[in-house]
Design a protein around this ligand. Sequence first.
Ligand SMILES: C[S@@+](CC[C@H](N)C(=O)[O-])C[C@H]1O[C@@H](n2cnc3c(N)ncnc32)[C@H](O)[C@@H]1O
Length: 278
Amino acid sequence: MRVPVSAGFDPDFDDAVWTLDWLRIPVRQVPVGDYEGGYRVVREFVEQIDVFGRPYQLDPPLDVRGLYDPAGVLWMSDTPQERMMMYNNAGRSQGHVLVGGAGLGLYPQYVADAASFTIIERSPIVLKLVGPMLQEVMTERGVQLRFLVGDVETYLARAEPGGYDTIFLDTWERLDAALLPSINRLRDLSLRHLAPGGRVLLWGYRWMVRLFEEACATLLSMPPEEREPWLAEQQPANPRAVALLTPIADAFRGRTIQRWELDEAVRYCREWVRQVTA
Ligand SMILES: C[S@@+](CC[C@H](N)C(=O)[O-])C[C@H]1O[C@@H](n2cnc3c(N)ncnc32)[C@H](O)[C@@H]1O
């Protein structure tokens, strides 16, 4: 199976790549304090933290802000890993930029070459928290900033095709391969809104595809008769992952994959999962 290569989206772009360049760009952070509705922003000076699964030592310690919801659960934070991924996406961004959602406002601050930002954010709380800070930064830079409260998918599905040079989406809370069908749908909707030469960027996309490839390799390395029982075992804890792997099990039904055939089989999985939409 060949995936049609879209000019506006590079599925091989990996934003989970180590860099320290983000340290050279000062970012304004959400102010510490108690906010409406029981939300809180807390500061922590971090000396050591994992980035892409490896420990990273910070000297001097880094001021990291965490946004806690009214139940006291950490919702978002501007950790080094988050900053690296935002920085890597920002490096590919330029012109008129559509962003979904605002988060802690990191990504727009790393984009050096923006003409305007349109940020669609579902949470009015987040906009209240981040909006004034981001507005200040963009006014200083002379960059136009527009906020819309709402669901980015609804916007992409309904709005007249826009002429954005960059569309950056980061509305999912975790990197999970099971989310790929819905993220692919967002990607396809976004492609309609690109100006010629424009680009869609999706936080953690290559990482999530990699997770799927790993799951596929595990599945297909098994003797064919063991695959269905293994999937049934995973079902209660991870039904969405099983739903995504079942078509792969079907495609390779009865076929033993020798070690030297595994790369080719995983390539099939990669191309398949880039296509599938919810
Ligand atoms: C991880 S944060 C984004 C981080 C951000 N890129 C940054 O630079 O800090 C995800 C944001 O998307 C918002 N969000 C989640 N689902 C959304 C949706 N369907 N439409 C618009 N915003 C959404 C959340 O409220 C949250 O502010």
